[in-house]
Design a binder for this molecule. Structure first.
Ligand SMILES: Cc1cc2nc3c(=O)[nH]c(=O)nc-3n(C[C@H](O)[C@H](O)[C@H](O)COP(=O)(O)O)c2cc1C
Length: 321
């Protein structure tokens, strides 16, 4: 249903790369709920060659964690080249190059969305990536830098000319960050201009918004990002809605608690009890978004250190809906 280079995907729904979120437990949990292609956390091309423990953990995957993409950030040919040499030793199915990250320190280094201001440079880097990577290469861009520079169509054409076989586009400018309206028109224009598949990103929070993205832009696939932070059910819900128009009932409180427990266990198994619990804290806050009278449990969760304590809070939260 969605072909990106040599990669054939059955689903048009992709779990977005999310720094600080897309770790092995998060990916495996979403896979249980119907996610097909997922990404490891964004890797900085400068840090990958140091092979720190953290980077090793980020690059970890196993045979059930497939298909899997890796996303690279960088702007200096020397480091990008080195990073690809390292990545080529791992088993990934796709390499995405990031020209979308809005973070100030990233942009100040000339990386991420700052490359939108220099399509020629982006084209040159992508040519190198395409030439040296072992797997299909894609790129992720934004609609532009700011409202006065919505140049996604020009940037996307430069990327396609460089030989990438797919393009992800977040329909917001760098200046917008993660808020404000998604620019469906900019995505539609990119889709019209390109021959390679275009996968759209922005506010895929519900089946209806996913359908709106497909209908208004003609995109080939969508990226699910914040919509999956506390809601792995979103994959099945969108798939069902696109196929039959039916809305699946939302999970009951006890089901949410069960998934939280599973997610916590996966974090503890992958990291260790101390680190796993700390990493799970932010997920607890996301899972319980919209729950009533949950503030004290959230506050408590930010202090506790053991799995049994976290489990107790999870069980209590089921009564807060
Ligand atoms: C916590 C978080 C981390 C993110 N990290 C990355 C990243 O590393 N690379 C990337 O290309 N996009 C990243 N994004 C952007 C998402 O992939 C997505 O394009 C964006 O959130 C818009 O989709 P949404 O409105 O459905 O959340 C991140 C988003 C969030 C919320």
């Amino acid at each position: 249903m969605l072909k990106i280079g040599t990669l054939n995907l059955k689903s048009r729904l992709i779990l977005a790369p999310m720094a600080g979120v897309s770790d092995f437990p998060f990916r495996m949990l979403n896979r249980k709920f119907g996610c097909e292609l997922a990404f490891v956390e964004m890797i900085n091309s400068r840090s990958i060659s140091y092979k720190s423990r953290r980077t090793q953990k980020m690059l970890f995957s196993d045979k059930d964690d497939r298909p899997l993409g890796v996303q690279l950030l960088g702007c200096e040919v020397k480091f990008v080249q080195k990073a690809i040499d390292v990545i080529n030793k791992y088993k990934f199915d796709l390499l995405d190059f990031n020209a979308a990250c809005p973070v100030k320190k990233v942009v100040n280094r000339g990386e991420g969305s700052s490359l939108l201001k220099d399509p020629k440079k982006l084209n040159a880097i992508l040519k190198l990536v395409v030439k040296t990577a072992k797997v299909p290469v894609t790129v992720k861009i934004r609609s532009g830098w700011d409202k006065n520079c919505v140049n996604a169509k020009e940037v996307a054409s430069c990327c396609q000319d460089a030989g990438v076989c797919g393009l992800f586009i977040h329909g917001r400018t760098r200046v917008q960050g993660y808020s404000g309206a998604v620019d469906y028109q900019a995505i539609r224009e990119v889709k019209k201009a390109l021959e390679i598949p275009v996968i759209a990103s922005g506010d895929i929070f519900s089946p209806q918004l996913a359908k709106k993205m497909f209908d208004e832009t003609g995109c080939d696939g969508v990226l699910i990002a914040r919509g999956a932070l506390s809601d792995p059910w979103i994959f099945k819900e969108i798939t069902e809605f696109l196929e039959s128009g039916k809305i699946i009932a939302r999970p009951a409180p006890q089901q949410i608690a069960q998934v939280m427990t599973e997610h916590l266990d996966m974090c503890v198994d992958f990291y260790d009890e101390k680190n796993g619990v700390v990493i799970f804290r932010k997920f607890f806050a996301w899972y319980t978004k919209g729950f009533r009278r949950v503030r004290h449990l959230r506050e408590l969760s930010s202090r506790i250190k053991t799995r049994p304590e976290m489990n107790e809070i999870i069980q209590k939260s089921a009564g807060c809906q």
